[in-house]
Ligand binder design. Structure first.
Ligand code: GDP
Ligand code: MN
Length: 392
C-alpha cells in the first residue's frame, strides 16, 4: 500500500526525521488560512497523488506571495496531472500539501528497501538528488551507494557513516554528517516498526542553513503487515487505487489490472505468469493478472469473471485452469453463474486440465455458453489472440 507525501512526512516527523512545516489542504480557503498561520517568506503548494515526477508536470508551485496561494490551490485541485509515473491517463488531484519553502544548497537521494538478494534492509543513496534514480543508476551506476543492514544486529552508527562518507558529505557539508547518520537510524526504525517496503526521500536537501530536510517523501507498506498498523490503514486513499483492484481485494482475489486486451482467469500465480507470457508470445497483451487461488469457490470465480468483464479494454477472455485443489467443475459453475448476471459479449477460450476437468468441460458444453474449448496451452493462447485480433 502506498501513501501520500503529506502522510509520509507525518511519519517522518513522528520518527524524528526533519520535514518542512506543512499541512494537507483541500480547498483554496484552507490554503489562505494556512498561509496566514505558516507566515513564511516562501510557500510551496504540492499536488498529492501517488506518483512522482510532479515537479516537471506542473504539480509543484512555489510562490512568495501569500495572496497567490488560494489561486494556486484552485488551479491544482481537480486538475489531472500526467507525469512519467502516472501513465497517459494521468491522475486527478484531490488534495494538496502546502508547506514552507526551503533554501536548497544541495539535493541528495536517499531510500531504504529490502534487498532481494540478501533479504536485508538496504539504504540506497546518491549525490544526484531530485533526479530520477533509475536514470542515475543506468547512466552513472558509480553514483549509486548501497549499504545493507544486518537485521539481526539492527542499524549501527557505522552503517550511517559508511553512507555519509561514500556520498562525500565531508567535502559537501561536514556539519550534516552527524544529523545524517542519526536520520538513517530513524528511517530504519520507521521502516522496521511500520513494516514498510520502501522509504524514499528525493530530494533530501542540505539547506543554506546547513541543516538536512526531507523535501519529498514516499513510503510503501508491506500489505501483509498492515493489520498491525491501524494508523497506516487509515491513510489508505481509495481515490488512488484502481476501482477493479479494490473490488477484487474485497473478494479475496489477486487481481492486477494491466493495459492489454485479453482478460485472464487463472489459478496459481505461476500459471498466471505463464499464461501472460504465452499470450505475449502469441502476439497480444494480457489485460490483467488474476489468480483465483487454490481455495476458489463458485462465488469467487463469479466475482473474478465479473471484474474481468468490467474492464472496457477486455476484448476476449482466456480461462486457464489447472485443477489441483480447485476443481475444474467448480470453476465451470462459477463461470456459468457469472454468465447469468453479466452478458459475455466477447470471445471466450477455456482450457481446463486436472481434477474434474472432464466434468467441468461437460458443464460448460451443456451450459449453452458460446465458447471455444482448448486442451493445450499454446493452442489456447493462439486461439484467443486470433479471436481478439493482435494488440495495437
Ligand atoms: P516530485 O517531482 O513528484 O518528485 O516532487 P518533489 O517533491 O521532489 O518536488 C520536485 C522539485 O521541486 C524538487 O526536486 C525541488 O527541486 C523543488 N522543490 C520542492 N520544494 C521546494 C522548496 O521548498 N523550495 C525550492 N526552491 N524548491 C522546491
Ligand atoms: Mn521527488
Amino acid at each position: 500500500m502506498n501513501v501520500h507525501e503529506f502522510q509520509a512526512k507525518s511519519l517522518f516527523a513522528q520518527f524524528g526525521v526533519p520535514v518542512p512545516r506543512g499541512k494537507e489542504i483541500t480547498s483554496p480557503e484552507a490554503a489562505t488560512a494556512w498561509a496566514n498561520e505558516l507566515n513564511t517568506p516562501v510557500f510551496v503548494v504540492k499536488a498529492q497523488i501517488h506518483a512522482g515526477g510532479r515537479g516537471k508536470a506542473g504539480g509543484v508551485k512555489i510562490t512568495k506571495d501569500k495572496g497567490a496561494v488560494a489561486g494556486l490551490a484552485k488551479e491544482l485541485i481537480g486538475k489531472t496531472l500526467v507525469t512519467h509515473q502516472t501513465g497517459p491517463k494521468g491522475r486527478k488531484v484531490h488534495r494538496l500539501l502546502m508547506e514552507e519553502g526551503a533554501n536548497i544548497s544541495k539535493e541528495l537521494y536517499l531510500s531504504l528497501l529490502v534487498d532481494r538478494d540478501t533479504g536485508w534492509p538496504m539504504f540506497i543513496a546518491s549525490t544526484e538528488g531530485g533526479m530520477e534514480i533509475e536514470v542515475v543508476a543506468e547512466k552513472t551506476p558509480e553514483k549509486i551507494i548501497k549499504e545493507s543492514v544486518d537485521p539481526a544486529v539492527g542499524f549501527q552508527g557505522h552503517n550511517g557513516r559508511n553512507v555519509a562518507f561514500a556520498l562525500g558529505l565531508q567535502n559537501i557539508e561536514p556539519a550534516v554528517i552527524n544529523p545524517f547518520v542519526q536520520m538513517l537510524g530513524n528511517l530504519y526504525r520507521l521502516f522496521m516498526e511500520k513494516h514498510a517496503a520502501l522509504v524514499e526521500i528525493n530530494p533530501l536537501i542540505i539547506t543554506k542553513e546547513k541543516t538536512l530536510v526531507a523535501l519529498d517523501g514516499k513510503v510503501s507498506f508491506d500489505d501483509n503487515g498492515l493489520f498491525k498498523h491501524e494508523d497506516v490503514q487509515k491513510m489508505r486513499d481509495l481515490n488512488e487505487e484502481e476501482p477493479l483492484e479494490i473490488e477484487a481485494n474485497e473478494n479475496n482475489l489477486n487481481y492486477i489490472k494491466l493495459d492489454g486486451n485479453i482478460g485472464c482467469m487463472v489459478n496459481g500465480a505461476g500459471l498466471a505468469m505463464a499464461t501472460m507470457d504465452v499470450i505475449k508470445l502469441a502476439g497480444s497483451e494480457p489485460a490483467n493478472f488474476l489468480d483465483v487461488g487454490g481455495g476458489a469457490t463458485k462465488e469467487t470465480v463469479a466475482a473474478g469473471f465479473r471484474i474481468l468483464l468490467k474492464d472496457p479494454n477486455v476484448k476476449g477472455v482466456f480461462i486457464n485452469i489447472f485443477g489441483g485443489i480447485v476443481r475444474c467443475d467448480r470453476i465451470a459453475h462459477g463461470v456459468i453463474e457469472a454468465a447469468k448476471e453479466v452478458k459475455i459479449a466477447v470471445p471466450l477460450v477455456v482450457r481446463l486440465q486436472g481434477t474434474n476437468a472432464e466434468e467441468g468441460r461437460k458443464l460448460l458444453a451443456e451450459s449453452g455458453l458460446k465458447l471455444d474449448a482448448a486442451n493445450d496451452l499454446w493452442e489456447a493462447a493462439q486461439k484467443i489472440v486470433k479471436l481478439t485480433g493482435k494488440a495495437a
